[in-house]
Design a protein around this ligand. Structure first.
Ligand code: SUG
Length: 419
């Protein structure tokens, strides 16, 4: 085995629901109050992982978090029975499923000390996400506990918003070689908040020991944020030497592309023009919230949501791209509709870590047999559906807690992850 890209997907938790908590995330707002299907949601996520394992990719997992987050409610002087509805919903959110927001990762080949550095994201902009990091950090400290290979860092202090890998891209000739790390921050998003602050990005680059000559800080365009691109990974994705991006993703794309080409001459930029795919269609279809992966036998595949196939402008453009001679050779639509309805596509659901799998705690790596076993637990325990008004229901809460305990026990992590 050797250094490779490993995708850690967040297992979709048993409290998955649509509470409309994310200002600036159009899908979350549109589906506020809708009935959610946690069991189907988690099975969709597991099927995506299975597809990736079958393509020969190395797959990892993060566990759902203990919900309701009683520790957080306690700090607010309340509990699940007495909290106001929006606080209760925030304490019940399954939003840690979007593992792209778990941390920012700099592989060993980019850092001064030769360790792979991970900084857990503080997610301070959205109340329901701001309390994820302690449980995320606990998992990172177990999965990446080998201090000869990894350094895991505390979150950047508030008020500097950090949303993790969703605003970070890495371009390189091949995964194991030194790369150019790109931190995309927002300054203004019109009516919507800019969640990633440049101060947080700069702090992470310093803490990870990145080479300033191979680190870029790039402003996201206000137009993109205002159109619903609350994270950069809704309008751009990178893999090895390929940047796949919407024309309007960045505030000053000419300067960015020039800096990138200077830092990495082999870079290939595949740009989708607004005349072919509007920002609105890109965001509705989540064309760019795709996993762009290098297949073991070479060539790149784009694992994208089925919504991309249902958006004519997007699918037409993709078919033309595939017919040409570009670096992306294969389209793999996946059904993650339950997550999509809260604004989370295939790329949101995973954190990429370039590392040697032998250095990682094996309880966080899965093969098909383990995916089968997890799917069985999900089928047996996860609630079938949740209406937002159910969130305070004591029987539902007991069931959510039982689901979590069963999964954590199965993964032999109960000793380490007690709620
Ligand atoms: O932070 N949705 C998430 C979606 C995150 C997607 N991640 C990436 N783009 N990497 C968010 O807005 C909705 C929760 C609710 O409304 O119930 C939510 O948190």
């Amino acid at each position: 085995m050797s250094v490779r890209e490993i995708n850690f997907d967040g297992i979709i938790g048993p409290s998955h629901n649509y509470a409309g908590l994310s200002l600036g995330n159009l899908a979350s707002a549109r589906n506020a109050g809708a009935l959610s299907y946690p069991r189907a949601a988690a099975l969709q996520g597991l099927e995506k992982m299975r597809g990736n394992v079958r393509m020969g990719l190395t797959q990892g997992i993060f566990l759902p978090q203990w919900r309701p987050d009683v520790a957080w409610l306690g700090k607010l002087g309340t509990d699940v029975g007495n909290a106001e509805p929006h606080i209760r919903a925030a304490a019940m959110s399954a939003s840690s499923m979007w593992a792209a927001n778990a941390a920012t990762v700099s592989p060993a080949s980019d850092t001064a000390d030769g360790l792979t550095h991970l900084t857990v994201a503080n997610l301070v902009t959205m109340p329901h996400r701001s309390h994820e990091w302690p449980q995320t950090l606990a998992q990172l400290r177990i999965a990446f506990s080998d201090e000869k290979a990894f350094a895991v860092h505390d979150p950047i202090p508030a008020p500097f918003g950090d949303e993790g890998a969703a605003n970070h891209m890495r371009l390189t000739q091949s995964h194991g070689e030194a790369g150019v790390e790109i931190f995309v921050y927002g300054r203004s998003g019109g009516a919507f908040p800019a969640r990633q602050h440049v101060e947080a990005s700069r702090a992470i680059a310093r803490i990870h020991g990145l080479d300033p000559a191979r680190t870029l800080f790039v402003e996201q365009s206000e137009e993109a944020i205002a159109a619903g691109a609350f994270h950069n990974d809704v309008v751009a994705v990178a893999n090895e030497h390929v940047l796949f991006t919407h024309e309007l993703a960045f505030a000053d794309k000419a300067a960015f592309y020039a800096d990138l080409r200077a830092a990495l001459p082999c870079v290939e930029i595949v740009e989708v023009p607004a005349s072919a795919v509007s920002l609105a269609d890109a965001i509705k279809s989540y064309l760019f919230n795709a996993q762009l992966v290098t297949l073991p036998n070479g060539g790149m595949a784009l694992i994208l949501p089925t919504e991309a196939r249902e958006t004519p402008a997007v699918w037409n453009w993709l078919e033309q791209m595939i017919a040409g001679n570009g670096p992306i050779r294969q389209l793999v639509p996946v059904d993650v509709r339950q997550s999509m309805a809260n604004g989370g596509g295939p790329a949101c659901l995973r954190l990429r870590v370039v590392a040697d799998p032998r250095d990682i705690d094996p309880r966080f790596l899965v093969d098909e047999a383990q995916l089968d076993a997890i799917a069985q637990i999900v089928s047996d325990y996860w609630p079938e559906s949740i209406a937002p008004d159910d969130l305070g229901d004591t029987r539902l809460i007991a069931r959510i807690e039982q689901s979590w305990l069963t999964l954590v026990d199965h993964l032999q992590l109960s000793g380490d992850l007690v709620p």
